[in-house]
Unconditional design. Structure first.
Length: 697
């Protein structure tokens, strides 16, 4: 089939995406109806087709009239090519379709192949017009750009970049210093090499430090000099930086220089502090400078310098007029309130405003902010405390990694008012829930959970949201120095065997606040929480007894679980008994393990212990079970590390007579073990057994 669109001369077309009429051709519509309503498509004779094609080409060449365009412009109309190919229709269907498309419009049913070919040719013509093809008068322009390969282009870019750098000030010095720096920053340098490279660096940068400190590469070189140089060289650099510390603190790269000066130049900490004075609250809210303030406060400051930094949160009046006389110590905030009570409201107001701005800036994680928060919550009135708690209740996870921050979180949990305590405490629990495992293992964070166990009345919520989450990682927690304390607190409370006196005092200090904000009795709350986690603890001992009982920290938790957990512990006790009954030749047998045999001894004594903390809440009857397991190797255990377990069995009423009866014929072996032991004083357990046998006990 011949192409329906002939090659066209370049013409001016206003809208290349529309036909020359200025209106887009309507899409070909498919006439709906039954197949019986249509006759087969009857193609016209070739002569008629050629005639129609000629007429169509004439129309394309001449164009059709448009209301908005002059008649002499060439125009095209795609519909003129395809109307003759519409399928024959019945009279009814024609009338129905005419009504559907509206009066004055031509109804047609084009053949899809013809449409696609015509549209393709039209697009080709438009592309030719866009590209200027088909213009006989247009000549092709030769490509004036010389062809270059990628290697040459890269080399040219490199030369341009080097030329641009050469025009920058101090470029030669930085270039030479970089060569030395690459050698100086190596960690395996000998002392003499390091001294030589430092001298070369100082010769290059001395007197020009301030000119390059804000460049990221030069800043790193000077940081290395502060780290690798001797005291004299460090002080030379620190002296040149004087007057720039404030500006450097706000710089993305310069802040690291200030922190290096604080770390390696103690003599210049006061000059740095002098430049930062009166601006600390604003700097704490600065994205870069806040890191400098935090490093200064938490790592490199004396007590006086720390107070100078924190005192700026109290307001300009306090900063300017509360300077101690020579030879006197700086007054604390409590001493100021006692000496000048009229200043309390003003200081707390300024402290509140500063802290509120700090919280909004996202710098809540800094310890200097935690210190200020703790002082505010300590001295503010009830309304001020509640306002601050409202700001903090969904951000506790940001502050509990520091000592002061953990205390702030504990106060927030305690001060949740009685009217809305459930809602506030739920929000606090929700904020820390994703981080519970890390909080349990944190030196200060675990204290927050202890306070949570003390004050939240909704033990069902705590059981599901907190204890349920903790139960997923119990084995790891009981092996951790701080994580195990969370479990031990649920089992034994504030037992000083596991908690420092300072920790107990901190927990006791919250009891007075708890009495006002919590309703449930502490004993009932503790019992409900223990009942919630006991099944998981007992199951852990049953399944992991062999691992946990030999671990230094976890073994203590196993003992307390067996003594104080609520529930049936028969299976867990049998699991420990099976370990006792294993082949004594096995490496690290539980009877000869220093941690495991202490647990076994405590279980034997559990039913008749005089100390309430060592007595089981429910009878265990562990003595007969353990004796049954050790009986085949009783003498072996009585003369080695397991001797104190045998002594415990000999002291318990249920097993005493049987043990002494079995050992009566082995007195000589026991005496030998007591005298010939590698220990200076002999095997003390064997000595006790000999004495018991001799006394007839």
């Amino acid at each position: 089939m011949p192409k329906t669109v002939a090659k066209m001369a370049p013409v001016e077309i206003k809208n290349k995406r529309k036909l020359s009429t200025g209106k887009a051709n309507p899409p070909a519509k498919r006439i709906k109806g039954n197949k019986s309503e249509f006759k087969a498509i009857k193609r016209k004779e070739p002569e008629a087709e050629n005639e129609n094609q000629e007429n169509d080409e004439d129309k394309l060449g001449a164009g059709e009239e448009d209301e908005n365009e002059p008649n002499d412009k060439p125009k095209t109309n795609l519909s003129s090519h395809i109307t003759s190919w519409a399928p024959l229709q019945t009279e009814d269907s024609k009338e129905a379709h005419q009504m559907k498309i509206g009066p004055g419009r031509k109804a047609y049913k084009p053949n899809s192949d013809i449409i696609r070919e015509a549209e393709k040719n039209q697009e080709n013509n438009e592309d030719m017009l866009d590209a200027g093809e088909g213009d006989e008068n247009q000549e092709e322009k030769p490509n004036d750009k010389p062809k270059t390969n990628s290697k040459e282009a890269h080399q040219k870019q490199k030369e341009i970049r080097a030329e641009r750098k050469a025009h920058k000030p101090n470029s030669d010095m930085i270039h030479e210093a970089k060569k030395v720096w690459e050698k100086l920053r190596l960690n395996d340098l000998k002392l003499e090499e390091k001294r030589q490279f430092m001298e070369e660096m100082m010769a290059l940068i001395q007197g020009r430090v301030q000119d390059v400190i804000f460049k990221h590469d030069a800043s790193r070189m000077i940081q290395t000099c502060l780290k690798k140089g001797n005291i004299k060289q460090r002080n030379v650099i620190a002296e040149e930086l004087k007057g720039k510390y404030l500006e450097l603190s706000k710089s993305m790269y310069g802040k690291f220089l200030v922190m290096k000066v604080l770390e390696h130049c103690p003599k210049y900490r006061d000059p740095v502090l002098k430049e930062l004075r009166t601006k600390v609250p604003r700097l704490v809210r600065h994205r870069e400078a806040s890191h400098v303030i935090e490093a200064f406060f938490a790592q490199f400051s004396t007590a006086a310098q720390r107070f100078a930094l924190i005192s700026e949160f109290y307001g300009p009046e306090f900063t300017l007029f509360n300077k101690p006389a020579k030879g006197q110590t700086q007054q604390t905030l409590e001493e100021v309130f006692q000496a000048q009570p009229e200043k309390k409201d003003g200081i707390l107001k300024h402290l509140s405003e500063t802290l509120t701005g700090t919280l909004d800036k996202g710098t809540l994680g800094h310890s200097i902010v935690h210190r200020a928060l703790l002082e505010y919550l300590t001295y503010a009135d009830e309304k001020g405390v509640q306002n601050m708690v409202d700001l903090l209740k969904e951000q506790l996870q940001e502050i509990i990694h520091t000592k002061e921050g953990a205390q702030v979180a504990m106060l927030c949990l305690s001060y949740a008012t009685a009217k809305v305590s459930d809602l506030d405490r739920k929000l606090m629990i929700k904020s820390i829930k994703p981080f519970l495992t890390k909080i349990c293992n944190d030196e200060y964070g675990h204290l927050v959970l202890l306070r949570l166990f003390d004050v939240v009345d909704d033990t069902v919520l705590v059981g599901k949201a907190v204890l349920g989450e903790i139960s997923k990682t119990l084995e790891d927690l009981v092996k951790d120095k701080f994580g195990r304390r969370v479990i031990l607190y649920l089992l034994v409370g504030r037992n000083t065997k596991y908690f420092f006196q300072e920790t107990v005092k901190l927990l006791v200090s919250g009891d007075e606040i708890r009495a006002k904000t919590s309703k449930k009795e502490p004993e009932i709350r503790s019992k409900e929480l223990l009942a919630s986690i006991s099944p998981a603890l007992i199951t852990m001992v049953k399944e992991k007894a062999g691992i946990l009982i030999r671990d230094k920290l976890a073994s203590q938790v196993v003992k307390e679980i067996m003594l104080h957990a609520i529930g049936n512990k028969t299976d867990a006790l049998k699991a420990i008994g099976r370990l006792v009954g294993e082949d004594p030749e096995k490496d690290n047998h539980v009877m000869e393990d220093s941690f495991a045999n202490r647990v076994i001894k405590a279980l034997v004594h559990a039913d008749h212990a005089k100390d309430a903390d060592e007595k089981a809440v429910e009878p265990l009857e562990a003595g007969p079970l353990i004796l049954e397991q050790v009986k085949p190797h009783l003498l072996r255990y009585a003369t080695n590390w397991g001797s104190f377990v045998i002594v415990a069995l000999a002291e318990e009423p249920e097993t005493k007579s049987e043990v002494l009866k079995l050992l009566k014929s082995h007195v000589e072996a026991l005496e030998k073990a007591a005298a010939d032991s590698k220990e200076e004083k002999g095997n003390n357990g064997a000595k006790l057994l000999v004495k018991m046998l001799q006394d007839g006990k």
